[in-house]
Write a protein that binds this ligand. Sequence first.
Ligand code: ACO
Length: 376
Amino acid sequence: MTTMDDVVAAETVLSRVDGEGGRLVVHGLDLEDLVAAHGFEATAALLWGAIDPELGDLELGDPELGDAGEVARALGSARARAFARVPAILAATEDLAPIDALRAGIACLAADGDRAAVVLATAAMPVLLAAAFRRDRGLPPVAPDPALGQAADLLRMLDGTPADPGRVRALETYLVTVADHGMNASTFAARVIAATASDPVSAVAGAVGALKGPLHGGAPGPVLDMLDAVGTPANAAAWIAAALDRGERLMGFGHRIYRTRDPRADVLKAALAALGPRDPARTALAEAVERAARDALAVRYPGRRLDTNVEFYTALLLEAVGIDRALFTPMFGVGRVVGWTAHVLEQRATGRLIRPKARYVGPVPAGDTFRAAANG
Ligand code: ACO
């Protein structure tokens, strides 16, 4: 079966995923260095500025030094603009889960020009997510505070009260960690849409749809479901073995590109530790499940190293930050939207229409002699 594994779909200056070495470089910075020196807004400045230094007429300063004040101000005022659309979007998405409300809400946005659309789509993600979450609990939406950063404002819009700095730092580390990751499925979807000369809002709406699937961004909620089902550390090995016998995939393990440990898992594990002492029983359970899963996968697939991926520690970190598991997948989008929009800008600036071929293997007209071929 064709999966495009080895196809190079674009040239990019945004990020490099080294699957053999277990390394992620984001526009010249190792992930660990990016996270240590850049908050969410500085990461947006780094990635957008890599393609379009004039983005939104923002004075980006030197993005590599993390001078992201103008980006923060632009995102803050765009969050307020997005909030003005919230009543109409909530009315139209009443029966939808948060990820679907987000997809629909993004599609309702309109901006004047690509740069404004990039900023608005990025700013709207936390606003729409928080409003949909509160609506499902019978609570009114909380208006954004344009003076805050995206991470702090998201927690505030979810809870209705200011968040403590430790939670903000942990969430911000998460958002930066997932900001960009090569030609992943949702980024590719965004680039395909952008390559038709469609607009950034449409590209982000399509990317949210791609992110939703459990093989991409939908895994962290099921990671916690798995921990709940395992119940105790002593049950981990038997539960994992039974799940694999049933042919199930273990959420939070394996990756198409990494042949070793996903470096994002360790960055998020460190962020979890930095939050301070957690529930010891939960920690012991998570460690037992991770160990049992890695051991069992190594035995079943000796030729294919399947290790912990970003989603396992995403689940544990977001749970510790106090995020409801229904929000895990859309939360991934709140971080990844920076990468999506940077790739959209890059595709528009440097790419051409993406139009691969298909190999036709269906029935042929009577008397025709052609057989399966790559023929568009
Ligand atoms: N649990 C059980 N078996 C697995 C897992 C897993 N997590 N991952 C791979 N395998 C199996 C495959 O079924 C395949 O078996 P087969 O040869 O008998 O068919 C074999 O290992 C090799 O699979 P790969 O080629 O390595 O897997 P692929 O590249 O197709 O899929 C994917 C990668 C989708 C991430 C897969 O590992 C998976 O489903 N993981 C669980 C879901 C998950 O954690 N998703 C988040 C990924 S990270 C991200 O996108 C942000």
